[in-house]
Design a protein around this ligand. Structure first.
Ligand SMILES: Nc1ncnc2c1ncn2[C@@H]1O[C@H](COP(=O)(O)OP(=O)(O)OP(=O)(O)O)[C@@H](O)[C@H]1O
Length: 444
């Protein structure tokens, strides 16, 4: 069962649904003692960078399992992991927990403790927030949280992979705030050289440093009366973090070489790392984290909200072609639904733009090229036991190879079997294990 069906039980309900949230506690394994709260529609456990609970256990897969809140209980789905997930003595593909349970993944044991009472999981009754569109419970939960936060002055922190729509959501927060007539200023903290970032943020006085021939306003002053979007906040160096914290706490900024002055700015930040993890590793100050994350919203990747793919594709298509009746051929829609979307909504939008130009006769041409990989493996793999590191690389290769094969054959597995020479049962097993979803052929 796919991640989207994990949350399907939420879809039919009104603007909120009562669920039992839970605490996860690592009771054995390298991360013993860590706890995490499961209180949103999708929660991922694994050793990958983007996981909600990131484990150091090398025998755990990158996205090992997903937990989803539903009115009937917590739906636990194994993400096609190599070593599997045990619930008690049973190896599970998917199970719904209605009481406390113990899950074993690799060398890690997780206790799941369900709350005794129910929690209201807010779901917007709209499928749009500003320019952001989405029908999945996961996105309607994001919309509901942001609709409520927008009119307040509270800082908001958005976390999510590149291309999931963080910036569209931040713009919508500004548009729905009391500051909507004021400026919206965005700065990418990861794209500015370390030597310039302080002056970009807070400005500088004339002569503050070599080359500062004129005084210059920083983004805080430019955003006065409006909203300041600090993108890639996780990239801000440790030495600048206290200065940012001071500005947020006092409402004053000090330009380089100048005196403090008051600014009236609402800050919304985004990051494609898990900032809590960076705090854990000592790379991000905990006081600044709490200051920025008065409301913390995780925007899930597109692969965890598959029911958004086709509606988003249609909305992009209709906008691009200016034809409200434009439709997608069923085969092509099935191919889009089964693809992993590493570039998230941005990639989907690119694919639809190309489809509008070229049609789907040659689907291979429509997808973004795989990012070029260096021929040496990621440095992180050198810290992992050899067999585990090798398996990670093999998994990556198999995923890229099969994704390409399916793209080439328009998602038809029989053709992919012929083309690749992989035996049919093996092909299905691999697709299953890699979480590459069902093809149109299987569904038909
Ligand atoms: N829910 C959505 N509805 C409509 N368009 C979306 C949605 N999510 C993303 N997009 C579109 O996808 C593209 C990427 O979105 P955006 O720039 O907001 O992503 P991001 O998460 O901020 O990415 P990055 O971290 O790389 O900056 C934009 O063209 C945006 O309009």
């Amino acid at each position: 069962m796919s991640a989207s069906s994990e949350t399907a039980a939420l879809r039919s309900t009104g603007s909120s649904v009562r669920v039992r949230a839970a605490w996860l506690e690592v009771v054995a394994g390298p991360d013993a003692g860590r706890r995490a709260r499961v209180d949103r529609p999708v929660f991922v456990v694994g050793k990958g960078e983007g996981c909600d609970l990131r484990l150091r256990d090398t025998t755990v897969s990158r996205e090992h399992l997903r937990l989803g809140l539903s009115p009937v209980g917590i739906v636990v789905t194994d993400g096609g992991s190599k070593n599997g997930t045990l619930c008690g003595a049973l190896r599970i593909a998917q199970v719904t927990l209605t009481a406390d349970a113990t899950l074993v993944l690799g060398a890690t044991t997780l206790a799941v403790r369900l709350d005794t009472g129910e929690t209201e999981l807010e779901l917007s009754d709209k499928d749009r927030f500003g320019e952001a569109f989405g029908v999945s419970p996961a996105m309607r939960n994001v919309f509901a949280l942001l609709e409520r936060a927008a009119p307040s002055e509270a800082p908001v922190l958005l976390e999510g992979e590149s291309g999931v729509g963080k910036e569209v959501l931040v713009r919508a927060v500004h548009a729905h705030s009391r500051r909507s007539d004021g400026p919206f200023i965005a700065i990418d903290c990861g794209a500015i050289p370390a030597s310039l970032i302080e002056s970009e943020l807070f400005g500088h006085e004339r002569g503050a440093f070599t080359g500062a021939e004129r005084p210059r306003e920083g983004v805080f002053q430019q955003a006065h009366g409006g909203t300041l979007f600090l993108d890639e906040i996780g990239e801000l160096s440790l030495d600048l973090q206290p200065k940012l914290l001071r500005a947020l706490e006092t409402g004053e900024v000090r330009p380089v070489g100048g005196r403090a002055r008051a600014v009236d700015v609402r800050v919304v930040a985004a990051t494609n790392r898990r900032l809590g993890e960076a705090v854990h590793r000592g790379e991000f100050r905990i006081d600044l984290f709490y200051r920025l994350a008065v409301l913390r919203v995780v925007v899930p990747p597109l692969r965890d909200r598959r029911e958004d793919i086709v509606p988003l594709a249609l909305s992009f298509l209709r906008r691009t072609t200016r034809d409200d009746g434009a439709e997608l051929p069923p085969d092509f829609a099935a191919l889009l639904s089964s693809y992993a979307w590493p570039g998230n909504v941005r990639e989907l939008r690119n694919v639809i733009d190309r489809y509008a130009l070229f049609g789907a006769a040659n689907p291979q041409r429509l997808f973004d090229p795989e990012p070029a990989r260096a021929s040496t493996p990621d440095a992180e793999l050198f810290d992992v036991p050899f067999h585990e590191a090798k398996q990670t690389l093999v998994d990556r290769f198999e995923r890229a190879y099969l994704t390409h094969a399916l793209k080439t054959t328009g998602g038809v597995v029989t053709k992919a079997v012929e083309r690749t020479g992989i035996a049919r049962p093996t092909m299905y097993r691999m697709l299953n294990r890699l979480g590459l979803g069902k093809s149109s052929e299987e569904e038909g």
